[in-house]
Design a protein around this ligand. Structure first.
Ligand code: ZN
Length: 502
């Protein structure tokens, strides 16, 4: 049963979804195939599309349609499509209406310029070149927050945008439940002789890496008839519809793990989007529900599956065939140790499962301080160096391996981005614990290359729902009411690494 207003609203919002998908195609093209000369026009085209989408969604006609549909459909049960559709439509409308169109355009232009300058400042190791634009970006982020009322912390609206229902306070609590154990474990592991990972740093022909990666993700369940893979500088997943979910990857000839694990990571994001209920197509429900839940899926496939021993029981012989001579004298256990080497390093994206969250905490703390006005942008490189020294005992000699390394602050808001990575790591372990209870022989299935049981469980419990229920409710459902907890993650890494150290 539906109403006329509901149908009209669905079709009007469907146009917004289409415009945003068209913008995503342009982003994807920019990051994969576009010639350099296309850059100035592409920035303009994207900013035009974001302006049109914003105008459409904040149009007074949209609000009256929304009110009418809400009035006609208020007796739909809470678990119905209509109820969720209206909840998400109302949330998106309320968010959009608070933010002036002129701000949307200004922010989009500044961030396009900042990103462009950053792409050159980073290789040139020149923080000064981005510093004044970054300062403006911090101010824009604070301004964004000021459009919303009733929050306790300036970062809350930014966090809520990516991870609905979460606040700065909740993130701080989560981080402090992780940090002491992580610091201890890192110390314990790095005091030992590091695992030898030289086997991963031989010469690996790019075409062979590409084929091997593709073989893996096909086996995991990534559907190439509803997606494709291309090369890029910074790998990402993007969805234009449930029938077209694309991934990108990058390879290094002298480092197997880079391309291998980023391919599995992005495929994990894509399995989520490909698994959404097809009935949600063309609506805002046809998307992963939050940054943290999304990252839980990429990290689950990348780490809990892709860096597990069972996974390589199946894939190690195939790897040996793909790269003849490279692993001739290596045992499965030596390879397993190599891909799980723990090391204090400068770069977040290269970090192992144990040190990774410490990188996230550092960035989150700096975001908070910048938004609170307690850390000036000019002082950021030095603050970064000091924190790396105290957290990792390392010297940052170049800002390109320090404050300039991540694209986030130079292309989007400052605040609300990094917490999703740690929520993802924590949630991945929590979800995997549940799957293991439901499928007691899961590791045996993985060891023979059977991922169907795992994928089906995740599809039924996570993927098919898309954004139908808020992230918090989805997490509560999966965890039998417990909610987000760092315990399963700590149990997982402590038991994994203590076994490895033996
Ligand atoms: Zn990711």
């Amino acid at each position: 049963m539906s109403s006329k207003a509901m149908d009209q609203l669905r079709s009007a919002l469907g146009e917004c979804v289409d415009i945003e998908a068209a913008a995503s195609v342009l982003y994807w093209d920019q990051a994969t195939h576009m010639p350099e000369g296309g850059a100035p026009a592409r920035g303009r085209q994207l900013s035009t599309l974001s302006k049109i989408a914003h105008e459409k969604i904040t149009n007074p006609k949209m609000e009256s349609l929304l009110i009418e549909a809400e009035n006609q459909c208020n007796d739909f049960p809470e678990d119905s499509f209509e109820h969720s559709f209206l909840r998400v439509a109302r949330r998106n409308f309320e968010r959009a209406i608070q933010v002036p169109g002129s701000y949307v355009k200004r922010a989009s232009q500044l961030r396009c310029e900042l990103y462009d300058v950053w792409t050159r400042a980073r290789p040139d190791n020149d923080f000064k070149r981005v510093s004044s634009l970054l300062k403006e970006n911090v101010a824009l982020s604070v301004e964004y927050s000021s459009f919303f009322k009733g929050h306790a912390h300036v970062a809350d609206p930014l966090i809520d945008h990516a991870d609905e229902g979460m606040t700065a306070e909740m993130i701080k609590t989560l981080f402090s439940s992780l940090r002491p154990s992580l610091v201890n474990l890192v110390k314990e592991i790095t005091d030992e002789k590091p695992f030898d990972d030289a086997c991963l740093r031989q010469n690996f022909p790019l075409q062979a890496q590409w084929s091997f990666g593709e073989k893996i993700i096909r086996k995991l369940g990534y559907d190439f008839s509803r997606g494709r893979q291309d090369k890029t500088h910074h790998p990402f997943m993007t969805s234009f519809s449930i029938g077209d979910v694309r991934i990108t990857t990058r390879f290094k000839e002298d480092d197997l793990s880079e391309g291998l694990f980023s391919t599995i990571h992005e495929a994990g994001h894509a399995l989520y989007e490909q698994g959404i209920n097809p009935e949600y197509e063309g609506t805002y429900l046809a998307a992963g529900v939050s940054a943290g839940v999304h990252e839980s899926q990429s990290r689950l496939w990348e780490n809990l599956v892709g860096r597990s021993r069972s996974f390589w029981v199946y894939f190690f012989p195939i790897l040996k065939e793909a790269f003849p001579d490279r692993f001739r004298n290596l045992t499965l256990d030596e390879f397993y140790k190599a891909i799980n080497r723990v090391e204090k390093t400068l770069i977040r994206t290269d970090a192992d499962e144990v040190t990774y969250n410490l990188h996230v905490m550092l960035r989150f703390d700096f975001e908070m301080q910048m938004l609170e006005g307690k850390l000036a942008v000019e002082d950021l490189p030095e603050a970064w160096r000091e924190r790396i020294k105290s957290d990792f005992g390392l010297i940052v000699s170049d800002d390109k391996d320090g404050v300039l390394q991540d694209v986030h602050w130079f292309s989007g808001p400052v605040g609300g981005v990094f917490q999703g990575y740690t929520i993802g790591n924590v949630l991945a372990a929590e979800i995997f614990e549940k799957v293991t209870q439901a499928i007691p022989d899961l590791q045996d299935q993985i060891a023979v290359g059977n991922f169907e049981g795992l994928l089906n469980w995740l599809t039924q419990n996570v993927y098919r729902h898309g954004s139908k229920m808020p992230a918090e409710q989805l997490i509560r459902n999966i965890t039998s009411g417990k909610g987000l907890s760092s315990k399963p993650f700590l149990n997982y890494i402590e038991s994994k690494y203590r076994t490895l150290l033996r």
